[in-house]
Structure formats: C-alpha cells, structure tokens
Write a protein that binds this ligand. Structure first.
Ligand code: FAD
Ligand code: 2HG
Ligand code: ZN
Length: 523
C-alpha cells in the first residue's frame, strides 16, 4: 500500500525492500536434516506410561479399518514420523497408528471404540503447536483431523462461517477474502495449522488487538466427546443466554475434553486498506510510549502492534538471509499495522503519528510499506522470528502474559541467568546461542525464546522453574497463547489457584472419565 510520500521523507526509506522479496522461506515448514529427536519418554523419564491404557493390537487396527478406509489408517513407520514429532523437534512419541477420519460420524465411532477399549488418543491438527501437546508421549493413537477439511457454509450478510475443524487457516482466510471478509485470527503457522487446532489451543496471533480472542468470535462448535457422543452446537447466534456456554470449555482445552470437528465463527469485513510501518527504537521504554501514542493517534485503525528485540532480528537476518528493512540496528523494533476503509484518512493518521513519534524522539528510524509485496516482507521480519529461533538446532519457548511495564524484564533476567551459569556464548562450546524477546505488545504477550545448539538438561534446569517463578512474582500467566501441553503440565499452579485446578480436574473427569483424551498433558 502506498503511503503519502511526505512520510517517506520523515522516515528516509533507505532500503529497497524489493530486494528482500526473493525466495523468502515458507513459514512453518520443518527441516528434517538434523539427527533423530530423542523419545519424550527418555528425555522426561519422570512421566510414566499409564498402564491402565491398552496396548494396540492387530484386532484394534482391523476395527479401525472397518470404520475408515484402509488408506486412512496409517501404520507404516515412515508415514508415522511426522505425526510423532513436534514442530520444535523437542518431543517425540512412538505411536503405531494414525487415524484420518473424514466425517464426524467416523470420529464418533473411533472414540467410542477407544473409550471402551481404553486406548489413549491424541487429537492432532496441523501439528504446529509449541508446547508438545499435539504429539503422543508414549504409544497413544493419533487422531488427525487433516481429512476433515470442508467448508460447510458462509453467510455473506452476517459473516458467519461454518467449517470442518481440519480446514487450514490460510485456506479459510483465502475463501473469505473472495467474499470480502477476513478470518479473525492470523498467525505465522497459517499455512499448516487447522482452525480446529487454533480453537483447541485458543490461539491469539497477530491481530487479537483488533479482533479479540476466539472466546468472543467462535459462535459454536461441533465436538465429539470421549465416549463418542456428538455435541452439535454449530450455532449462528451472536446472542444466546440459555444455560451454560459449554463451547467455551473446549476453546483452549487442547484436546483433553473432546475432539472439535466443526467450527462456527463470526468473521468481520476485510479491511480495504492496510499500512505497515516498521520502526527502530532505542529502548523498551520507548516501545511502551510508542504503544500509548499509537493507541491515542491511530485509534480504531490500529490492527497490530508487535515488537522485536535486536537479538530476534539478528537471528532473523541469519535465517531470512535478506537485507533488513532498516539499515541501522536498534535495540528494539516495532511493527505497526493499520487497517481501515478510507485510504486518505488512514494514510493521514499514520503520517501524523509517525511525524510526532519522530519529533518527540520515541522512534529513531523506520520504513513504511509501499505496496502489497513490501507489506508481506515487513510482516515476515516479525512472523519469521519464530522459525528463525530454531536456527541453532533447538529452542526453549515461553509465551507469557506479564503487565506491560515488566514484559521485557523477563528476557533480561533469563539472559543474565544463562550468562551467570556460563551457558551462553558465540562458540559451539556453549549450548545457548541467543536469548530473544518479541511478541504482541498490544496484548501484553511476550515470547521469550532461548535458541540453543542442542537441548540439554542443564539449560532446561537453569530456565525452569525460574521463568515460571519470575512470571508468577510479576503477576503474569505462564501461557498467553500456546497453552500448557506437555511442557507446562507441572507448572499450571504458578498461574491458577488450587481451587481452579480442582475444578479443571473435575471437568476432565466428567467429560473423559477414562482419561483417554490427550493424556500426560495439561494438568
Ligand atoms: P496442533 O499443533 O495439531 O494441536 C495443538 C493442540 O490442540 C494439541 O493439544 C492437540 O491435541 C489439540 N487439537 C488440535 N486439533 C484439535 C481438534 N480438532 N480437536 C481437539 N483438539 C485438537 N500460536 C498463537 O497463539 N499465536 C501465534 O501467533 C502463533 N504463531 C505461530 C507461529 C509458528 C511458526 C508456529 C509453528 C506456531 C505458532 N503458534 C501460534 C502456535 C499455535 O498454537 C499453532 O500454530 C496453532 O494454533 C495450532 O494449530 P494446529 O492445527 O497446528 O494444532
Ligand atoms: C508468534 O507470535 C507465535 O510468532 C510464535 O506465537 C512464538 O515461536 C514463538 O515463540
Ligand atoms: Zn504469538
């Protein structure tokens, strides 16, 4: 999108962004060049297999083949690899069977059978989750929603969209774009993750600031319970005050309460004009001032406010291997997106905001996208950090909510602790390569990434429970958007009270008395 040329003068667009556009790597794809990921049961031996769960027999496979066609029951070791291993290459299970149902009825039959036989099941979407929740810990059966990928209906007056849980987020959004609408969630893994997976972990993403949480936009769900019961609440109502709002329980339940097979979601009209500014700032203080000013001056057109520190951009430079949008380096960077319906109005607002922030010294440098391609490129320097963090071979990821004033303090504290322990350095002798901080300032959500050359117990012990204690002391949450999964199952107490945890356990027992759904995770 073009912005008024005068703002270019303010910002001195020094970099020819079109140079950055060549061969950007696709987001959320994985490299299999590294050595084999150790089994989770070996890395975390304190978690024992629940012997109440049955071992899969050839009779069970036969039963599954009666429910599904042969090609949708995977048992070949090579076919199973992707489903057993998580995106970070940190967790690996040893499931012997992946089931790929095509209908809700088939999901129901599978779960009914597994519940009766006490066969543990891991529901899986695009397998892009970042807490080890989407892969088996031991020999659980994987129930992949990948074949449930049909769009069911779209109402272009109300914006209500109904679709199967296995539709890939980007495909859902492309469909809506053709109708002049937008999916109210966007994230770096959009090319691989499923809308059902997004709902299951209550993903936040890059525009929560504008469109709010899935707890608000999801209007209804179709869910299959552990015993095979199909609960159809695919409603089309924005307002419904009858009884408990049970769908909310499944949003963020990470596959522990039921399998989501359908989603009904309210989608807003697609903004017609979008601007992106990518700014360099001297301090975290300046980032906070910039946010306040953006809210005040951009108001209703502000649709994203993201920040990145220099370490995160330095790894992104190494990963993306293109020229950075800003020539100079800065301790912090901010990406601001505006979206609206009146180009002149939006451009004028952004220009005033940029001029004021430069004049009062909050922002030191910046660039604005001039067209759609540059817009994507600037976003890539933010979205690509998640993948860039894996460049050394592994990464410890923490996604936290902390009151804004303390947000970056966690990155500094973690860095200091790793330095004191002599675990971080430029050469291969050190396990830790870099400590990165970035995230959704607009939502008070920090991503602390510790990029490592190898996963080691020494680093993990240095970080955990230290990170969780720090968050708790600063009145934060140990998960802002990625959930608990396997990684944080022992740490929920740092955020939730004893009675809250008791309630969660009671609900789990009620919905899944045999505990077959996604065991060893959550709590
Ligand atoms: P999976 O990874 O397959 O599963 C995630 C969890 O949900 C698991 O516990 C699984 O058992 C359960 N599950 C999956 N499908 C179902 C279902 N149909 N029914 C019941 N349970 C199910 N997250 C954010 O919140 N914001 C971001 O900005 C963001 N950016 C990301 C960027 C990258 C590059 C990557 C790799 C991940 C990112 N994530 C982000 C993590 C994020 O949670 C996921 O990408 C996405 O929401 C998971 O969807 P999925 O289909 O891959 O689910
Ligand atoms: C993001 O905001 C995602 O980019 C992923 O939530 C963060 O990889 C991460 O730690
Ligand atoms: Zn995020």
């Amino acid at each position: 999108m073009m912005i008024n040329p005068t703002s270019r003068a303010v910002f001195g667009l020094r970099v020819n962004l079109s140079r950055c556009l060549r061969s950007l790597p696709r987001l959320a794809c994985r490299s299999y060049s590294q050595k084999v990921v150790p089994l989770t049961k070996e890395t975390y031996p304190s978690t024992a297999r629940n012997q109440a769960f049955a071992r899969l027999s050839s009779d069970d496979i036969g039963e599954f083949k009666k429910i599904l066609s042969d090609k949708n029951v995977l048992t070949d070791a090579t076919d199973l690899e992707f489903f057993n291993e998580d995106w970070m290459r940190k967790y690996r299970g040893e499931s012997k069977c992946v089931l790929k149902p095509q209908t809700t009825q088939q999901v129901s039959q599978i779960l009914k059978y597994c519940n009766e036989k006490k066969i543990a099941v891991v529901p899986q979407g695009g397998n892009t989750g970042l807490v080890g929740g989407s892969v088996p810990v031991f020999d659980e059966v994987v129930l992949s929603l990948a074949n449930m990928n049909k769009i069911r209906s779209f109402d272009n007056v109300s914006g209500i969209f109904k679709l199967d849980a296995g539709v890939i987020l980007e495909i859902a959004d492309q469909y809506l774009a053709e109708q002049g609408y937008i999916f109210p969630l966007d994230l770096g893994a959009k090319g691989s993750c499923h809308v059902g997976g997004n709902v299951a972990c209550n993903a936040g993403g890059l525009r929560l600031l504008r469109y709010g949480s899935l707890h608000g936009s999801v209007l209804g769900l179709e869910v299959v319970l552990a015993d095979g019961t199909i609960v159809d609440s695919m409603h089309s109502l924005r307002k419904d005050n009858t009884g408990y709002d049970t769908k909310q329980l499944f949003i963020g339940s990470e596959g522990t309460l039921g399998v989501i097979t359908g989603v009904s979601i309210l989608c807003p009209a697609r903004p017609r004009f979008t601007n992106i500014a990518f700014l360099g700032l001297e301090s975290y203080e300046a980032v906070q001032h910039c946010f306040t000013q953006a809210k005040n001056e951009l108001g209703e057109i502000l649709s994203a406010f993201e920040f990145m520190d220099e370490d995160s951009q330095d790894l992104a430079r190494k990963f993306i291997k293109q020229t950075h949008p800003l020539e100079e380096t800065y301790p912090f960077y901010v990406l601001i997106e505006t979206s609206g319906s009146n180009k002149e109005h939006d451009d004028a607002k952004l220009e005033t905001f940029l001029e004021t922030s430069m004049e009062n010294g909050i922002v030191s440098d910046g660039t604005v996208a001039q067209d759609e391609a540059q817009l994507k490129t600037l976003w890539y320097w933010r979205e690509g950090v998640s993948e860039a963090s894996t460049i050394g071979g592994g990464v410890y990821k923490y996604d936290v909510s902390i009151p804004l004033k303390d947000l970056y303090g966690l990155v500094e504290a973690a860095r200091e602790r790793l330095e004191e322990a002599n675990l971080i350095g430029e050469t291969d002798d050190f396990p830790v390569l870099r400590v990165l901080g970035y995230g959704h300032v607009g939502d008070g959500n920090l991503h602390l990434n510790v990029a490592v050359r190898r996963y080691t117990k020494e680093v993990e012990k240095c970080l955990e429970p230290f990170v969780y204690e720090w968050i708790s002391e600063h009145h934060g949450s140990i998960s802002a958007e990625h959930g608990l999964g396997f990684q944080k199952k022992n740490y929920i107490g740092y955020t939730k009270t004893e009675n809250e945890i008791k309630l969660i356990k009671q609900l789990k027992n009620l919905y899944d008395p045999n505990g077959i759904l996604n065991p060893y995770k959550y709590v």
